[in-house]
Design a protein around this ligand. Structure first.
Ligand code: COI
Length: 354
């Protein structure tokens, strides 16, 4: 791997007390190109523009998938990566569906670790801070025929981050637009999934909602996800989250919370959940919590759900499952709670440049 370090770090001029999500980038990137049927040598170089011709395929057909993961700093100033192997597996699952060549493990994992080691100062130790990591791969061949590219570019960029949603989340149940349909790409992190969500989300924002709750594409009766998060409903003392299918993204935070909840003696059901079941639970006084989970948000309580003209307010619970599970998860992520699950791995310090 070639490593070219910046001679002009931006870290000292970065205001870490003001980090709007996803707008500040660390000093370096990883880049690796696929051509003539194979991946080339990876390179780490300073963050900056990449060359692209107007006929580059991703710009026309959106053949691109990404990942979202995080690194945390423990009290010994060591950087911990959370569920990196799962991220590696998921990008290739997404890539397969978008007909993008598989990324070899050494390119992904060694590239990731070298990049994070080099930019480890961008990962702050204070509470709520982490380094959001964005691996992505896109069609970089130059051709506007509607077909899969024969050239691809894999990159990793990173961004220091704190909270995703600064305030309460109020959501509306989407009864017209759809995020994902059976046989589609909803279970992948395809760039186009997110692009297609922006318009319905803006319409919801204009009515004062933070996000939409996505429902099934056939009747809009079943709850699927909320915004970019997996969704959780607590009825009495049971947590319910939609079971995985080709319309639901298999989030690592979702998966981690299922494990943590069960190990805390909380009953978890992975199953279909009707919008009507939530409305009924609320009128029966047994709807206790609603929250979303995702890499970017971790665990985010939802304060209200609007269905048509009806607004359901969810009263905050003193010892909520969301706050207990979030605390456990964050403790594992930042090393203050022993990780008995093998989710975190230490990043070794910087290798020398070549
Ligand atoms: C994540 O939580 O990893 C996401 O993918 C959210 C991102 C679209 C900001």
């Amino acid at each position: 791997m070639k490593i070219l370090k910046t001679s002009n770090s931006r870290i000292d001029s970065t205001d870490f007390s003001n980090l709007p999500f996803g707008r500040i980038f660390s000093d370096h990137i990883l880049i690796c190109r696929y051509k003539n049927g194979s991946w080339g040598e990876s390179e780490i170089r300073p963050y900056g523009p990449i060359d692209m011709m107007p006929g580059t395929q991703v710009l026309h057909y959106g053949q691109s998938v990404f990942e979202g993961m995080k690194a945390f700093k423990n009290s010994d100033d060591e950087v911990l990566l959370f569920r990196k192997e799962d991220s590696f597996r998921r990008i290739n699952k997404s890539a397969e569906r978008l007909y993008i060549p598989q990324i070899p493990k050494d390119i992904f994992i060694e590239g990731l670790e070298s990049l994070i080691a080099l930019d480890s100062d961008w990962c702050k130790k204070d509470e709520e801070y982490s380094l959001y990591i964005r691996p992505f791969v896109f069609a970089s061949g130059e051709c506007i025929k509607a077909s899969a590219s024969d050239e691809y570019t894999f990159m990793i960029i990173t961004s220091p981050t704190t909270r995703y949603y600064p305030s309460d989340i109020n959501v509306v149940v989407e009864q017209h637009y759809t995020r994902a349909s059976k046989g589609g790409v909803g279970y992948t992190k395809a760039a186009g999934n997110y692009a297609a969500s922006f318009y319905p989300t803006k319409l919801a924002n204009a009515k004062g909602f933070t996000q939409v709750i996505w429902t099934d594409s056939v009747d809009h009766k079943y709850i699927e996800e909320s915004g970019t998060m997996n969704i959780w409903i607590r009825i009495n003392d049971t947590l319910i989250t939609p079971d995985l299918s080709d319309t639901i993204l298999g989030g690592f935070t979702r998966d981690s919370l299922i494990t943590l909840a069960r190990d805390n003696g909380i009953k978890v059901e992975e199953r279909k959940i009707l919008v009507n079941e939530v409305i009924e639970a609320h009128s029966n006084g047994i709807l206790k919590e609603v929250f979303g989970t995702g890499t970017a948000v971790t665990v985010a309580p939802i304060k209200s759900i609007t269905v048509g003209d009806q607004k359901i307010e969810i009263e905050s619970q003193i010892n909520s499952y969301a706050s207990k599970l979030k605390k456990d998860l964050q403790g594992i992520q930042n090393g203050s709670i022993k990780d008995v699950y093998g989710w975190t791995t230490k990043v070794n310090s910087v290798m020398s440049s070549q």
